[in-house]
Ligand binder design. Structure first.
Ligand code: MN
Length: 286
């Protein structure tokens, strides 16, 4: 069994632009090496928005050196980037954007959500890239809900497999290093053992509900359980209907230098990223 190393509340709460009221699960909690290759997890909402004339969100900004993964639970996000990709991320969809050498994008509430308002709930996860891939070409995977297979875990428990593999279900997301990302739904009273790779750092976020991980309780919303690299399984048991996000990854184990939206290996590379962005070498939004 993987051991529970710690349970964490959100380490900070803030707004990203005017559209995303987030609770940050890491790195605000001081966990970084233990969750490598994952860099950051923001849980936006659930939050109610009224109708608006103008889409709320984040204006044009760059990223370099890693991937942003946006998982939509409620509401919708419109995305547009300098590589020419655009789309709307709707409930159940996942956008896996490889910024790599550099992307400029904007993230806004979708047109219909802006017009009507409603409840907004998303996760954005940042996944690091190894040095060998930090400067490769950007890539965009717009994964719609129907492409994500469901692994049944027993009575009342199932997992949508976004990346990696679980019980023979293979996720559609292509990744640069071995990663599993599962969107779990447990009905009250259900219990299941999840096979997870030995040697992978492992985090589990309870979005809603009341559950235990190897007997350790996760109560309330937005809690992170950090699990040991060693071990091949966890046992989850839900006392109420629960939604959980499970991530595992092979550690990259390289130096991390970060400055805002840039995550590289050295300070010099960060200075180059700032220069390249300012000079327009990450492109512009059309
Ligand atoms: Mn962004």
């Amino acid at each position: 069994m993987k051991k529970v190393l710690g349970i964490y509340e959100p380490g900070s709460k803030h707004w990203v632009g005017d559209g995303f009221p987030v609770r940050n699960l890491f790195p605000s909690n001081g966990v970084s090496d233990a969750i490598d290759p994952f860099l950051m997890l923001d849980y936006a909402g659930p939050a109610a928005f009224g109708p608006s004339d103008k889409p709320r969100g984040v204006d044009e900004h760059p990223h370099r050196g890693f991937e942003t993964v946006t998982i939509a639970y409620q509401g919708e996000v419109d995305h547009r980037d300098s590589a020419g990709n655009a789309g709307t991320i709707r409930p159940g969809d996942v956008q896996w954007m490889t910024a790599a050498s550099g992307v400029v994008h904007e993230e806004k509430h979708g047109a219909e959500f802006t017009r009507n308002g409603g409840t907004f709930e998303m996760v954005q996860l940042w996944v690091n890239l190894p040095k060998a891939h930090k400067m490769t070409a950007p890539r965009y995977q717009g994964i719609v809900s129907e492409q994500i297979p469901v692994a049944e875990l027993g009575a009342g428990a199932s997992a949508r497999v976004i990346a990696g593999e679980l019980n023979g279900a293979r996720g559609p997301a292509a990744t640069f290093t071995p990663i599993n990302l599962f969107d779990l739904r447990f009905k009250a009273g259900s219990k299941a053992e999840l096979a997870l790779p030995d040697g992978h750092n492992t985090g589990l976020v309870l979005l809603h509900g009341d559950a235990t991980v190897n007997g350790t309780p996760l109560q309330g919303e937005a809690q992170l359980a950090l699990l040991s690299r060693e071990g091949e399984a966890v046992v989850l048991e839900a006392a109420a209907d629960s939604v959980l996000l499970v991530m595992t990854g092979e550690p990259i184990g390289e130096p991390v230098a970060s400055y805002g939206p840039f995550v590289m290996n050295t300070q010099q590379e960060l200075r180059e990223a700032v220069d390249d962005y300012r000079a327009g070498r990450m492109g512009r939004l059309a």
